[in-house]
Ligand binder design. Structure first.
Ligand code: R5P
Length: 318
């Protein structure tokens, strides 16, 4: 562990989030609040026993720090969740008083109601678990539906709900995409995000009509197919999971005469074989923000996450 002055919180991560944790600590270190101090970084050890249980160790080596940040995305969340709870407990046992979780991708936000009798409302359960262990939460473009705001989900904990629209727009600008490029969002819900990206990047944007018929079955229709003819199209979405949404969008856009189709997303959760299916569907490049470590990562989120952390008033109060 590298030692830093007490002003900054201690930045903790796990092996799978070690780079993100260091980038976040560096971004925090260069913020005005840190006043040029170099934050300490500590990576937790997680040992899996043969029976599947886990032991988590976060040794602060006697360092006295009252505030800590744990940085880890909650994709593939089930194993990570228990490790996070253990890590938070280990920090408290060593005298840490306030802990913020920076989870660029936050799992289980979709299920905000019992659609059929007997279904657990996973969003509510997540809120209870995280509020019991942390004092603050920062995340990016959470997958919210009927409950529109993160503060409504986490009513007992300070939250920072960030949008990666600026990061995606920066990427588009850096890549000098053609000015006649049309951004395509998969459904009406994507209008806020795609509208913000389009405005910041100075491009046109439309949304499709999406019908999800099953976990891996998606139907897409385009409201005005004529506008796609001979134009480069960039699909923009918050999450890529099975990839079926992007594949259906690409097929519809190419059928409508699009010159090319590329895709940009905030959180890339898809496995390698889906990349091959994208190529087969005619999708060129696929780029994502680096909140979830993935080969498609191209847009850094650390500066945005550091800003979100800085804005947590209670967490930052000395
Ligand atoms: C839906 O609400 C989201 O915005 C994404 O379109 C969706 O999660 C993508 O999932 P998949 O890649 O499995 O189609």
């Amino acid at each position: 562990m590298t030692q830093g002055p007490a002003l900054s919180p201690l930045f903790c991560g796990f092996d799978d989030s070690a780079d993100q944790t260091r980038f976040l600590a560096a971004a925090w270190g260069s913020s005005a609040r840190a006043a040029g101090t170099l934050p300490s970084v500590c990576i937790a050890g997680a040992h899996r026993f043969p029976d599947g249980e886990v032991r988590v160790r976060l040794d602060l080596e006697g360092q006295k720090n009252k505030r800590a940040v744990i940085c880890r995305s909650l994709d593939r969340p089930d194993g990570k969740l228990i490790e996070l709870l253990f890590a938070a407990s280990a920090l408290r046992d060593q005298g840490v008083e306030k802990i913020a979780l920076v989870a660029p991708y936050l799992a289980y936000m979709r299920q905000d109601t019992a659609f059929r009798p007997g279904e657990a409302v996973s969003q509510k359960v997540m809120a209870g678990l995280l509020e019991g262990a942390f004092d603050g939460l920062v995340t990016v473009d959470p997958h919210l539906h009927r409950v529109a705001r993160l503060e409504e989900v986490f009513q007992r904990m300070e939250t920072g709900c960030l949008s990666a629209a600026g990061s995606l727009a920066d990427l588009l600008r850096k890549e000098n995409v053609s000015p006649d490029t049309l951004l395509l969002g998969p459904d009406a819900e994507s209008i806020h995000q795609i509208g913000a990206v389009a405005k910041a990047a100075g491009l046109g944007a439309v949304t499709a009509i999406k019908e999800r018929r099953g976990d891996r079955q998606v139907a897409i229709s385009l409201p005005d197919p004529g506008q796609f003819r001979d134009r480069p199209v960039i699909l923009v979405d918050d999450v890529i999971s099975t990839g079926q949404t992007l594949i259906a969008c690409a097929e519809a856009a190419l059928k409508a005469g699009a010159k090319s189709v590329d895709a940009y997303a905030v959180h890339a959760l898809y496995p390698a074989q889906v990349g091959k299916a994208f190529t087969k569907a005619g999708i060129g490049r696929v780029k994502s923000c680096d909140g979830v470590p993935h080969p498609s990562n191209a847009a850094p989120l650390a500066p945005l996450l550091a800003e979100g952390l800085t804005a947590l008033a209670e967490f930052n109060r000395p």
